[in-house]
Design a protein around this ligand. Sequence first.
Ligand code: SF4
Length: 365
Amino acid sequence: MQTNNLTKKYLLDYSREEVYPFVQTLGMESYRGDQIFKGMYVQLLSDFTNLTTLSRSLRDKLNHAVTLRTLQLKEQTISVNEDTVKFLWSLHDGLKIESVIIYKGKRVTFCISSQVGCALDCKFCTTGKMGFLRNLSSGEIVEQVLLMKQKAKRPATNIVFMGMGEPLLNLKNVLKASYILADPEGLAFSQKRITISTSGIAPAIRKLADSGAPFSLAVSLNAVFEEFRKKIMPISKNFPLNLLMKSVHYYISKTKKRVTFEYILIRKKNDTKEDADQFIKLTRDIPCKINLIPCNSDDPAYPPSTTETIQWFADYLHDRGRTTIVRQRKGWEIKAACGQLYANNETKIGKKISDNMRKKDKNTI
Ligand code: SF4
Protein backbone atom coordinates (compact mmCIF):
# COMPACT_ATOMS: atom_id res chain seq x y z
CA MET A 1 0.00 0.00 0.00
CA GLN A 2 1.26 3.43 -0.75
CA THR A 3 1.09 6.55 1.30
CA ASN A 4 0.58 9.81 -0.52
CA ASN A 5 3.25 12.44 -0.41
CA LEU A 6 1.47 13.98 2.59
CA THR A 7 2.44 10.75 4.43
CA LYS A 8 -1.15 9.89 5.28
CA LYS A 9 -2.46 6.40 4.58
CA TYR A 10 -4.47 6.22 1.37
CA LEU A 11 -7.55 4.34 2.53
CA LEU A 12 -8.85 3.61 -0.99
CA ASP A 13 -5.93 1.17 -1.29
CA TYR A 14 -7.59 -0.96 1.40
CA SER A 15 -10.21 -3.63 0.80
CA ARG A 16 -13.09 -3.77 3.29
CA GLU A 17 -11.43 -6.74 5.00
CA GLU A 18 -8.30 -4.60 5.44
CA VAL A 19 -10.22 -1.61 6.78
CA TYR A 20 -11.34 -3.49 9.94
CA PRO A 21 -7.85 -4.20 11.34
CA PHE A 22 -6.68 -0.78 10.22
CA VAL A 23 -9.30 1.08 12.26
CA GLN A 24 -8.27 -1.04 15.25
CA THR A 25 -4.75 0.32 14.92
CA LEU A 26 -6.33 3.76 15.46
CA GLY A 27 -7.93 2.52 18.67
CA MET A 28 -11.43 2.05 17.22
CA GLU A 29 -13.54 -1.07 17.43
CA SER A 30 -13.50 -3.07 14.23
CA TYR A 31 -17.27 -2.67 13.58
CA ARG A 32 -16.50 0.99 12.87
CA GLY A 33 -14.91 -0.34 9.69
CA ASP A 34 -18.38 -0.92 8.19
CA GLN A 35 -19.43 2.68 8.88
CA ILE A 36 -16.18 3.96 7.43
CA PHE A 37 -16.40 1.75 4.31
CA LYS A 38 -19.99 2.88 3.71
CA GLY A 39 -18.93 6.49 4.13
CA MET A 40 -16.26 5.96 1.45
CA TYR A 41 -18.35 4.07 -1.11
CA VAL A 42 -22.03 4.81 -0.42
CA GLN A 43 -21.81 8.41 0.77
CA LEU A 44 -18.78 9.03 -1.50
CA LEU A 45 -17.10 11.12 1.17
CA SER A 46 -13.88 12.84 0.23
CA ASP A 47 -12.92 13.03 3.93
CA PHE A 48 -14.58 11.99 7.18
CA THR A 49 -15.79 15.39 8.40
CA ASN A 50 -19.43 14.57 7.59
CA LEU A 51 -19.47 10.94 8.71
CA THR A 52 -21.93 11.66 11.49
CA THR A 53 -22.22 8.03 12.62
CA LEU A 54 -18.82 8.66 14.27
CA SER A 55 -18.09 11.05 17.10
CA ARG A 56 -16.25 14.23 16.24
CA SER A 57 -13.09 13.02 17.92
CA LEU A 58 -13.08 9.79 15.86
CA ARG A 59 -13.65 11.79 12.68
CA ASP A 60 -10.77 14.08 13.56
CA LYS A 61 -8.57 11.10 14.29
CA LEU A 62 -9.38 9.55 10.90
CA ASN A 63 -8.87 12.78 9.00
CA HIS A 64 -5.53 13.15 10.68
CA ALA A 65 -4.40 9.61 9.78
CA VAL A 66 -5.81 8.96 6.31
CA THR A 67 -6.70 10.53 3.00
CA LEU A 68 -9.45 9.48 0.60
CA ARG A 69 -8.44 11.58 -2.39
CA THR A 70 -5.12 11.82 -4.21
CA LEU A 71 -6.31 12.54 -7.78
CA GLN A 72 -6.78 16.12 -8.88
CA LEU A 73 -8.88 17.03 -11.89
CA LYS A 74 -6.71 19.01 -14.31
CA GLU A 75 -8.96 19.12 -17.33
CA GLN A 76 -12.39 17.94 -18.41
CA THR A 77 -13.22 17.81 -22.11
CA ILE A 78 -16.68 17.16 -23.51
CA SER A 79 -17.36 15.97 -27.07
CA VAL A 80 -19.54 18.06 -29.40
CA ASN A 81 -22.63 15.89 -28.96
CA GLU A 82 -21.86 15.42 -25.25
CA ASP A 83 -21.75 11.63 -25.44
CA THR A 84 -18.10 11.43 -24.32
CA VAL A 85 -16.31 13.15 -21.47
CA LYS A 86 -12.57 12.89 -20.95
CA PHE A 87 -10.82 13.59 -17.64
CA LEU A 88 -7.17 14.41 -17.13
CA TRP A 89 -6.05 13.66 -13.56
CA SER A 90 -2.88 14.55 -11.75
CA LEU A 91 -1.66 11.87 -9.33
CA HIS A 92 -0.03 12.48 -5.93
CA ASP A 93 3.45 12.36 -7.52
CA GLY A 94 2.52 14.79 -10.29
CA LEU A 95 2.19 12.17 -13.04
CA LYS A 96 -0.95 12.32 -15.15
CA ILE A 97 -3.51 9.87 -16.46
CA GLU A 98 -6.80 10.05 -18.33
CA SER A 99 -10.18 8.34 -18.00
CA VAL A 100 -13.36 8.60 -20.06
CA ILE A 101 -17.14 8.37 -19.67
CA ILE A 102 -19.04 7.20 -22.76
CA TYR A 103 -22.81 7.50 -23.04
CA LYS A 104 -24.62 5.32 -25.57
CA GLY A 105 -28.37 4.88 -25.13
CA LYS A 106 -28.89 3.39 -21.69
CA ARG A 107 -25.28 2.30 -21.51
CA VAL A 108 -22.85 4.42 -19.49
CA THR A 109 -19.29 3.14 -19.69
CA PHE A 110 -16.46 4.24 -17.44
CA CYS A 111 -13.17 3.60 -19.24
CA ILE A 112 -10.36 3.63 -16.67
CA SER A 113 -6.57 3.47 -16.67
CA SER A 114 -4.44 0.84 -14.92
CA GLN A 115 -0.96 2.29 -15.55
CA VAL A 116 0.66 5.66 -16.21
CA GLY A 117 1.47 5.21 -19.89
CA CYS A 118 2.17 1.78 -21.33
CA ALA A 119 5.29 -0.14 -22.30
CA LEU A 120 3.75 -2.22 -25.04
CA ASP A 121 4.15 0.30 -27.84
CA CYS A 122 1.26 -0.82 -30.05
CA LYS A 123 1.84 1.16 -33.22
CA PHE A 124 -1.70 2.49 -33.60
CA CYS A 125 -1.97 3.69 -30.00
CA THR A 126 -1.05 7.11 -28.60
CA THR A 127 -0.70 5.85 -25.02
CA GLY A 128 2.07 3.56 -26.24
CA LYS A 129 4.06 6.64 -27.23
CA MET A 130 4.24 7.69 -23.56
CA GLY A 131 6.10 4.54 -22.60
CA PHE A 132 5.55 3.04 -19.15
CA LEU A 133 6.01 5.30 -16.12
CA ARG A 134 4.44 3.30 -13.29
CA ASN A 135 1.58 1.06 -12.21
CA LEU A 136 -1.46 2.63 -10.57
CA SER A 137 -2.27 1.45 -7.06
CA SER A 138 -5.65 -0.21 -6.53
CA GLY A 139 -6.81 2.96 -4.78
CA GLU A 140 -5.86 5.15 -7.72
CA ILE A 141 -7.89 2.87 -9.99
CA VAL A 142 -10.87 2.95 -7.62
CA GLU A 143 -10.63 6.73 -7.21
CA GLN A 144 -11.08 7.30 -10.96
CA VAL A 145 -14.46 5.56 -10.67
CA LEU A 146 -15.50 7.44 -7.52
CA LEU A 147 -14.66 10.82 -9.03
CA MET A 148 -16.34 10.06 -12.36
CA LYS A 149 -19.42 8.77 -10.51
CA GLN A 150 -19.77 12.23 -8.98
CA LYS A 151 -19.44 13.85 -12.41
CA ALA A 152 -21.56 11.47 -14.51
CA LYS A 153 -25.06 12.36 -15.70
CA ARG A 154 -26.20 8.78 -14.96
CA PRO A 155 -24.78 5.84 -13.00
CA ALA A 156 -22.25 3.65 -14.79
CA THR A 157 -23.55 0.42 -16.31
CA ASN A 158 -20.08 -0.84 -17.34
CA ILE A 159 -16.51 -0.37 -16.19
CA VAL A 160 -13.79 -1.27 -18.68
CA PHE A 161 -10.04 -1.36 -18.15
CA MET A 162 -9.39 0.06 -21.60
CA GLY A 163 -7.78 3.35 -20.69
CA MET A 164 -4.03 3.77 -20.33
CA GLY A 165 -1.90 0.72 -19.72
CA GLU A 166 -1.89 -3.05 -20.04
CA PRO A 167 -4.10 -4.23 -17.14
CA LEU A 168 -2.63 -7.72 -16.98
CA LEU A 169 0.81 -6.26 -16.30
CA ASN A 170 -0.71 -4.73 -13.16
CA LEU A 171 -2.95 -7.69 -12.41
CA LYS A 172 -2.71 -7.64 -8.62
CA ASN A 173 -3.89 -4.03 -8.29
CA VAL A 174 -6.44 -4.36 -11.11
CA LEU A 175 -8.03 -7.36 -9.40
CA LYS A 176 -7.99 -5.75 -5.98
CA ALA A 177 -9.62 -2.59 -7.36
CA SER A 178 -12.24 -4.68 -9.20
CA TYR A 179 -13.16 -6.55 -6.02
CA ILE A 180 -13.43 -3.26 -4.11
CA LEU A 181 -15.69 -1.78 -6.81
CA ALA A 182 -17.89 -4.89 -6.69
CA ASP A 183 -18.02 -5.10 -2.87
CA PRO A 184 -21.73 -5.54 -1.96
CA GLU A 185 -21.28 -3.27 1.09
CA GLY A 186 -19.85 -0.47 -1.06
CA LEU A 187 -20.49 0.48 -4.68
CA ALA A 188 -21.77 -3.06 -5.36
CA PHE A 189 -20.91 -2.82 -9.03
CA SER A 190 -21.92 -5.87 -11.10
CA GLN A 191 -18.91 -8.20 -11.34
CA LYS A 192 -19.63 -9.29 -14.89
CA ARG A 193 -19.92 -5.70 -16.04
CA ILE A 194 -16.33 -5.04 -15.09
CA THR A 195 -14.17 -5.91 -18.10
CA ILE A 196 -10.45 -6.44 -17.89
CA SER A 197 -8.77 -6.12 -21.26
CA THR A 198 -5.41 -7.31 -22.49
CA SER A 199 -3.30 -6.99 -25.58
CA GLY A 200 -2.40 -10.64 -25.17
CA ILE A 201 -0.20 -11.37 -22.15
CA ALA A 202 -0.77 -15.11 -22.51
CA PRO A 203 0.61 -16.32 -19.13
CA ALA A 204 -1.39 -13.66 -17.28
CA ILE A 205 -4.61 -14.77 -19.04
CA ARG A 206 -3.98 -18.24 -17.56
CA LYS A 207 -3.26 -16.68 -14.19
CA LEU A 208 -6.51 -14.73 -14.38
CA ALA A 209 -8.40 -17.93 -15.22
CA ASP A 210 -6.77 -19.77 -12.30
CA SER A 211 -7.61 -16.91 -9.92
CA GLY A 212 -11.33 -17.58 -10.34
CA ALA A 213 -11.95 -13.84 -10.69
CA PRO A 214 -15.59 -13.26 -11.69
CA PHE A 215 -14.88 -10.37 -14.05
CA SER A 216 -15.12 -10.34 -17.87
CA LEU A 217 -12.16 -10.59 -20.23
CA ALA A 218 -11.56 -8.74 -23.50
CA VAL A 219 -8.63 -9.56 -25.77
CA SER A 220 -7.35 -6.93 -28.22
CA LEU A 221 -6.64 -9.14 -31.19
CA ASN A 222 -6.28 -6.55 -33.97
CA ALA A 223 -4.56 -8.93 -36.37
CA VAL A 224 -5.20 -12.56 -37.24
CA PHE A 225 -1.91 -13.21 -39.02
CA GLU A 226 1.27 -13.39 -36.98
CA GLU A 227 3.43 -11.29 -39.22
CA PHE A 228 1.10 -8.28 -39.20
CA ARG A 229 0.35 -8.67 -35.48
CA LYS A 230 4.04 -8.52 -34.67
CA LYS A 231 4.30 -5.41 -36.77
CA ILE A 232 1.52 -3.49 -35.03
CA MET A 233 1.74 -5.11 -31.57
CA PRO A 234 5.36 -5.84 -30.61
CA ILE A 235 4.16 -7.89 -27.61
CA SER A 236 3.25 -10.58 -30.16
CA LYS A 237 6.96 -11.27 -30.58
CA ASN A 238 6.93 -12.40 -26.98
CA PHE A 239 3.54 -14.07 -26.90
CA PRO A 240 2.67 -15.10 -30.45
CA LEU A 241 -0.87 -15.70 -31.68
CA ASN A 242 -0.82 -19.47 -31.21
CA LEU A 243 0.23 -19.04 -27.57
CA LEU A 244 -2.37 -16.32 -27.08
CA MET A 245 -5.18 -18.44 -28.54
CA LYS A 246 -4.14 -21.41 -26.40
CA SER A 247 -4.40 -19.23 -23.30
CA VAL A 248 -7.86 -18.06 -24.43
CA HIS A 249 -8.97 -21.69 -24.83
CA TYR A 250 -7.58 -22.39 -21.36
CA TYR A 251 -9.44 -19.38 -19.94
CA ILE A 252 -12.73 -20.55 -21.46
CA SER A 253 -12.37 -24.15 -20.34
CA LYS A 254 -11.55 -23.01 -16.83
CA THR A 255 -14.10 -20.17 -16.39
CA LYS A 256 -16.89 -21.33 -18.76
CA LYS A 257 -17.26 -17.68 -19.77
CA ARG A 258 -17.14 -16.16 -23.20
CA VAL A 259 -14.50 -13.62 -24.12
CA THR A 260 -14.72 -10.46 -26.15
CA PHE A 261 -12.27 -9.91 -29.00
CA GLU A 262 -11.51 -6.30 -29.84
CA TYR A 263 -10.41 -5.76 -33.42
CA ILE A 264 -9.42 -2.38 -34.81
CA LEU A 265 -9.90 -2.22 -38.56
CA ILE A 266 -7.07 -0.72 -40.59
CA ARG A 267 -7.70 -0.02 -44.26
CA LYS A 268 -6.41 -2.79 -46.51
CA LYS A 269 -4.15 -4.10 -43.74
CA ASN A 270 -6.42 -6.37 -41.72
CA ASP A 271 -9.86 -6.00 -43.31
CA THR A 272 -9.70 -8.33 -46.33
CA LYS A 273 -11.59 -11.56 -47.03
CA GLU A 274 -8.44 -13.46 -46.14
CA ASP A 275 -8.42 -11.76 -42.72
CA ALA A 276 -12.11 -12.47 -42.19
CA ASP A 277 -11.62 -16.16 -43.09
CA GLN A 278 -8.66 -16.42 -40.74
CA PHE A 279 -10.71 -14.74 -38.01
CA ILE A 280 -13.37 -17.44 -38.39
CA LYS A 281 -10.70 -20.13 -38.26
CA LEU A 282 -9.03 -18.69 -35.14
CA THR A 283 -12.28 -18.31 -33.21
CA ARG A 284 -13.70 -21.73 -34.08
CA ASP A 285 -14.96 -23.38 -30.84
CA ILE A 286 -14.47 -20.17 -28.87
CA PRO A 287 -17.63 -18.70 -27.32
CA CYS A 288 -17.00 -15.05 -28.03
CA LYS A 289 -18.27 -11.65 -28.96
CA ILE A 290 -16.37 -9.55 -31.49
CA ASN A 291 -16.15 -5.76 -31.28
CA LEU A 292 -15.05 -4.11 -34.51
CA ILE A 293 -13.56 -0.65 -34.09
CA PRO A 294 -12.42 1.72 -36.83
CA CYS A 295 -8.76 2.53 -36.22
CA ASN A 296 -8.36 5.90 -34.47
CA SER A 297 -4.64 6.36 -35.08
CA ASP A 298 -3.24 9.76 -36.10
CA ASP A 299 -0.52 7.92 -38.00
CA PRO A 300 -1.29 7.93 -41.75
CA ALA A 301 0.23 4.43 -41.92
CA TYR A 302 -2.85 3.14 -40.04
CA PRO A 303 -5.96 4.67 -41.66
CA PRO A 304 -9.39 3.37 -40.62
CA SER A 305 -11.24 0.97 -42.92
CA THR A 306 -14.10 2.49 -44.86
CA THR A 307 -17.60 2.30 -43.38
CA GLU A 308 -18.61 -0.09 -46.17
CA THR A 309 -15.70 -2.43 -45.49
CA ILE A 310 -16.37 -2.43 -41.76
CA GLN A 311 -20.00 -3.35 -42.38
CA TRP A 312 -18.98 -6.03 -44.90
CA PHE A 313 -16.47 -7.48 -42.41
CA ALA A 314 -19.09 -7.50 -39.64
CA ASP A 315 -21.70 -9.18 -41.88
CA TYR A 316 -19.17 -11.77 -43.04
CA LEU A 317 -18.34 -12.80 -39.47
CA HIS A 318 -21.97 -12.60 -38.40
CA ASP A 319 -23.11 -14.86 -41.27
CA ARG A 320 -20.62 -17.44 -40.06
CA GLY A 321 -22.06 -17.54 -36.58
CA ARG A 322 -20.03 -14.91 -34.74
CA THR A 323 -21.70 -12.31 -32.53
CA THR A 324 -20.30 -9.12 -33.98
CA ILE A 325 -20.78 -5.50 -32.96
CA VAL A 326 -19.51 -2.47 -34.86
CA ARG A 327 -18.41 0.13 -32.34
CA GLN A 328 -19.06 3.71 -33.36
CA ARG A 329 -16.30 6.25 -33.04
CA LYS A 330 -17.01 8.13 -29.85
CA GLY A 331 -15.00 11.07 -28.57
CA TRP A 332 -12.62 11.00 -31.52
CA GLU A 333 -12.56 14.80 -31.86
CA ILE A 334 -11.53 15.22 -28.21
CA LYS A 335 -8.97 12.38 -28.42
CA ALA A 336 -10.93 10.20 -26.05
CA ALA A 337 -11.52 7.26 -28.37
CA CYS A 338 -9.86 3.87 -28.15
CA GLY A 339 -6.08 4.20 -28.45
CA GLN A 340 -6.09 8.02 -28.24
CA LEU A 341 -5.45 8.63 -24.53
CA TYR A 342 -2.31 10.55 -23.80
CA ALA A 343 -1.11 12.62 -20.87
CA ASN A 344 1.83 14.88 -21.30
CA ASN A 345 4.04 14.12 -18.31
CA GLU A 346 6.39 17.05 -18.75
CA THR A 347 7.95 15.31 -21.74
CA LYS A 348 8.86 12.36 -19.51
CA ILE A 349 8.91 9.27 -21.69
CA GLY A 350 8.84 5.94 -19.91
CA LYS A 351 10.18 2.55 -20.85
CA LYS A 352 8.98 0.93 -24.01
CA ILE A 353 9.17 -2.73 -24.66
CA SER A 354 12.50 -3.76 -26.10
CA ASP A 355 13.94 -7.12 -27.06
CA ASN A 356 15.69 -7.28 -23.70
CA MET A 357 12.56 -6.49 -21.76
CA ARG A 358 10.66 -9.06 -23.75
CA LYS A 359 13.12 -11.78 -22.88
CA LYS A 360 12.99 -10.74 -19.25
CA ASP A 361 9.19 -10.55 -19.16
CA LYS A 362 8.91 -14.00 -20.65
CA ASN A 363 10.65 -15.39 -17.61
CA THR A 364 8.99 -13.26 -15.01
CA ILE A 365 5.29 -13.02 -15.93
S1 SF4 B 1 -3.22 -0.46 -27.10
FE1 SF4 B 1 -3.21 -0.86 -24.89
S2 SF4 B 1 -1.48 -2.29 -24.65
FE2 SF4 B 1 -1.18 -1.31 -26.64
S3 SF4 B 1 0.14 0.47 -26.24
FE3 SF4 B 1 -2.01 1.18 -26.12
S4 SF4 B 1 -2.53 1.06 -23.95
FE4 SF4 B 1 -0.71 -0.21 -24.27
